[in-house]
Design a protein around this ligand. Structure first.
Ligand code: SF4
Length: 313
C-alpha cells in the first residue's frame, strides 16, 4: 500500500504526538486506515462541530453511576454536567434522557434482569480521578510495544452462572439485528475480556448492554458475549500485528492512506459514513486544510495523572 500524501510537513513537528499507549479505538482506527489514525490520534485533528449523538452517548455513560445506584436525580445531574441542551433536538434532550434513565433504573430493578451490578474491588486497578466508581480503568502490559489502556463501564454478576462479567454500555438510536446480533467477535469485547481475565481471573465473557435512545420507544437489551481463551489469543496476536505496523509507521513517519476505507461503498456498507478527513487526503497536502479542524488529543481517561502518581504507564 502506498502513501498518497507526504506526512512530513511543517505542521508535523507541531502536532505529532509519539505513541505512549494504545487502546481499542486507536488500534481499530489504524486497521481501518493508518492515515486516519495519524490525523485523529497522533495529530489530534477533530471536526470542529460536536458530534451530537456521540456527546449524548458520552453523557449517558456519565449518568450511569446514578443509574446503577437507582438514583435518577444523581443520574440526570451527572448527565447534565457535560450535555449542552442547545445542541439537542426532540430525540436527544434532557426530557428523553430522563425517560431513558428511569427505564434503565426500572430495568435493572427487575428480578428477571440477567445481571446485578457490583462495585469493582480490584487491588491492582489504577486509581483514576473523575470517573465513576463502577468503572474499571486499566493500563496493562500485554506484551505489545506500548501499554494497552481502556475503561470498562461497569462490573456485573451473571445471575445464572454466578460469574463476574465486565459490562459495556452502548447507546443506539436503532436497536436492530445488525447491531445486536453481530457482536460475537468484537475487538472491544475481546480487549476488555483480556483485561477482565487479568483483574478477575477466569471470566466467561463480556456483557454489551444496548440502550435505545429513540424518542418514544424505551428499549434495553443485554447481550452476553462469550469469549474463549482461543479467541483471546487470536485477538492478542491481532493487536501485536497492528502494533508492529504502527511501530513502522511511527519510525518512518509514513502513515499509508487506505483509500478503500474513505466511504461505505468499497467497504460493503462499513463504515456507514464518509471519512471526516477526506478533505485532507483529496488534494495531496494535508497541512493546507488542517486548520479546518480543531486540535484535541483524546485519551480514555487522564493518563498524565497516572504517570505523575507512579502508575504503571
Ligand atoms: S479519507 Fe480515506 S485515505 Fe484519507 S484518512 Fe480517511 S479513510 Fe484514510
Amino acid at each position: 500500500m502506498s502513501s498518497i500524501v507526504e506526512v512530513k510537513g511543517k505542521l508535523y513537528d507541531e502536532l505529532y504526538r509519539e505513541i505512549k499507549w494504545v487502546d481499542n479505538s486507536i488500534m481499530t482506527c489504524f486497521s481501518r486506515c493508518p492515515r486516519k489514525c495519524f490525523y485523529q490520534y497522533r495529530c489530534g485533528l477533530v471536526t470542529p462541530s460536536p458530534r451530537v449523538p456521540m456527546l449524548y452517548g458520552e453523557c449517558f455513560h456519565s449518568g450511569t453511576e446514578g443509574g446503577i445506584e437507582g438514583n435518577l436525580v444523581k443520574a440526570m445531574a451527572l448527565f447534565a454536567e457535560n450535555w449542552d441542551e442547545g445542541l439537542g433536538d426532540d430525540q436527544r434532550c434532557l426530557a428523553t434522557m430522563n425517560k431513558i434513565m428511569s427505564h434503565f433504573i426500572q430495568f435493572h430493578a427487575q428480578d428477571n434482569c440477567l445481571i446485578t451490578f457490583e462495585t469493582p474491588q480490584i487491588e491492582d486497578m489504577p486509581r483514576v480521578a473523575g470517573i465513576s466508581k463502577y468503572e474499571i480503568p486499566f493500563v496493562l502490559d500485554l506484551g505489545l510495544p506500548w501499554v494497552a489502556v481502556g475503561r470498562i463501564d461497569a462490573l456485573a454478576r451473571h445471575k445464572i452462572s454466578g460469574g463476574l462479567w465486565p459490562v459495556e454500555f452502548k447507546t443506539a438510536s436503532r436497536m436492530d439485528g445488525r447491531l445486536i446480533g453481530g457482536q460475537a467477535i468484537n475487538p472491544q469485547a475481546l480487549l476488555y475480556s483480556i483485561a477482565g481475565s487479568i483483574y478477575l481471573g477466569e471470566i466467561e465473557g463480556v456483557f454489551f448492554e444496548f440502550v435505545g435512545t429513540a424518542r418514544i420507544k424505551r428499549d434495553i437489551q443485554i447481550q452476553p458475549i462469550y469469549i474463549s481463551d482461543e479467541l483471546r489469543d487470536l485477538h492478542l496476536r491481532n493487536m501485536q500485528d497492528i502494533c508492529q505496523r504502527m511501530v513502522v509507521c511511527q519510525a518512518n513517519k509514513e502513515w499509508p492512506a487506505d483509500t478503500t476505507a474513505c466511504n461505505s461503498y468499497p467497504q460493503h456498507g462499513i463504515p456507514g459514513y464518509v471519512c471526516e478527513y477526506q478533505n485532507l487526503c483529496l488534494y495531496g497536502n494535508w497541512e493546507q486544510f488542517a486548520n479546518a479542524y480543531k486540535v484535541e488529543y483524546w485519551s480514555p481517561f487522564p493518563l498524565e495523572d497516572l504517570v505523575s502518581t507512579g502508575g504503571p504507564v
